[in-house]
Write a protein that binds this ligand. Structure first.
Ligand SMILES: Nc1nc2c(ncn2[C@@H]2O[C@H](COP(=O)(O)OP(=O)(O)OP(=O)(O)O)[C@@H](O)[C@H]2O)c(=O)[nH]1
Length: 322
C-alpha cells in the first residue's frame, strides 16, 4: 500500500487554459503538501509531457479552446494502453461529468471547487494509481523470476526454449543455420564436496558471467541445471561458425578462478547440435546437443563434440572433438 509520503511525492500535472484556475489549483496542491506539481495551459502539450514524465495524476480541465479535455484523453489513452489513465477531470458542466468518466477519466471534480472534495478525490486517485504501479512492478518481477535462474540471473529452461524457437524461426526465414551448445562443467561435484556448496555457487556465478562475456549480445546463455548451461547461437553459415565460439567458451571457463583467496581451475565439456542439419525442433535439438555432450564427456572431457552419428548420419560415426 502506498505510504502518505509516496502520495505526497507523486507526479502531478495541472492542465487548464485559464491562468487563475491553474494558480488556484497549484496553491491548493502545494498547501496540502504535494511536492511534485507542474502545470500547462497548452492542451496539445499534455501527451508529450506525459510521455516524458509519466504523471501519477493529471488534473484536466475539460473545456479548453482548440483541443478539449476529451480529445486530450483520447491521446493519453494511446500512451497508457492497457494501463490506468490517471485523469481527474475538472468541469463546471454537470452534463460533462458522466461523459468524462465514459471517456476514460477515473473521477471528476466539479467547479467551483469544494476544497474538502478536491483533497479527498485527489488523495484517493493517487492511492489507486500508486497501488496500480506497485502491482504492475510486482507482476513484472514475478514474470522475471519465472523465467530466470535465481543464482546466476541467466534465462532458465523455460525462457531458453522460447529463445531457441525464435532463433530457429529466424534461421528458417534467413535460410541459415543455428547452434545449440550444451555445456556441463567437469568434476564440479568435487568442488562442492571439497570447498562447500557456497563456494560452488560462487564459481557457478563466475562461470555464468564468463559465458555471457564470451558470447555475442544476440546469443542466449541459459542455466538449465546444477552445472549445466546452454548457449544458443543464430546466423551461422556452417558448423565451423559454432565450433570456433565453442572453443572460446572452453577457454574462458578454463581461466583460473579466485574465490575467498582460493585459486581453482576448472574445465568444461560442450555438445553441439546444429539446426537444421541435426534436428529441426527445439526439444530434438536440445536432445542432440545433450547426446553430443555425453560423447565429449565419454571421450575425455574438456572438449567439444558435435552431434553423434545417430543424430547426424551424414557426418559419420565418430564424435568430432573441436
Ligand atoms: N554449488 C551448487 N552446486 C549445485 C547446484 N545444483 C547442483 N549442484 C551440484 O552440481 C554437481 C553436478 O555434478 P555432476 O555434473 O553430476 O558431476 P560432475 O562432478 O560435474 O561430473 P562430470 O559432469 O561427469 O564431470 C552436483 O554435485 C550437484 O549437487 C547449485 O545450485 N549450486
Amino acid at each position: 500500500m502506498p505510504s502518505r509520503d509516496d502520495i505526497l511525492h507523486a507526479k502531478i500535472l495541472v492542465v487548464d487554459d485559464c491562468a487563475d484556475n491553474v494558480e488556484l489549483m497549484l496553491e491548493i496542491l502545494r498547501d496540502a503538501g504535494y511536492t511534485d506539481v507542474t502545470s500547462t495551459m497548452l492542451p496539445d502539450q499534455v501527451c508529450p509531457l506525459h510521455r516524458q514524465h509519466c504523471y501519477d495524476l493529471i488534473l484536466l480541465d475539460l473545456q479548453m479552446p482548440e483541443l478539449n479535455g476529451f480529445q486530450v484523453m483520447k491521446g493519453l489513452k494511446e500512451i497508457e494502453q492497457g494501463g490506468y489513465l490517471p485523469v481527474l477531470a475538472l468541469t463546471a458542466q454537470p452534463s460533462f461529468k458522466i461523459a468524462a468518466l465514459e471517456a476514460g477519466a477515473r473521477d471528476f471534480i466539479s467547479k467551483p471547487f469544494d476544497l474538502l472534495e478536491v483533497h479527498k478525490r485527489i488523495h484517493n486517485m493517487l492511492e489507486v494509481r500508486l497501488l496500480y504501479k506497485e502491482l504492475a512492478q510486482y507482476s513484472k518481477q514475478q514474470q522475471e523470476l519465472a523465467l530466470h535462474d535465481p543464482l546466476t540471473g541467466l534465462p532458465n529452461r523455460r525462457l531458453l526454449e522460447d529463445r531457441i524457437a525464435n532463433t530457429l524461426q529466424h534461421a528458417m526465414r534467413k535460410q541459415n543455420k543455428a547452434a545449440v551448445m550444451y555445456l556441463d562443467l567437469d568434476g564440479f561435484k568435487t568442488i562442492n564436496d571439497t570447498h562447500g556448496h557456497a563456494y560452488g555457487d560462487e564459481i557457478l556465478k563466475q562461470v555464468a558471467q564468463r559465458l555471457v562475456g564470451a558470447s555475442r549480445r544476440e546469443d542466449t546463455v541459459a542455466r538449465v541445471g546444477g552445472d549445466e548451461f546452454v548457449i544458443v547461437m543464430g546466423d551461422l553459415a556452417c558448423l565451423g561458425d559454432a565450433q570456433e565460439p565453442a572453443a572460446k567458451l572452453i577457454e574462458v571457463v578454463a581461466a583460473p578462478y579466485l574465490v575467498n583467496g582460493l585459486q581453482l581451475n576448472l574445465s568444461t565439456s560442450i555438445g553441439i547440435g546444429i539446426f537444421p542439419d541435426d534436428a529441426d525442433a527445439v526439444d530434438a535439438l536440445i536432445a542432440v546437443a545433450d547426446s553430443a555432450l555425453y560423447c565429449a564427456k565419454r571421450s575425455g572431457k574438456n572438449r567439444c563434440c558435435v552431434a553423434p552419428a545417430a543424430a547426424a548420419p551424414a557426418r559419420g560415426m565418430a564424435p568430432t572433438p573441436a
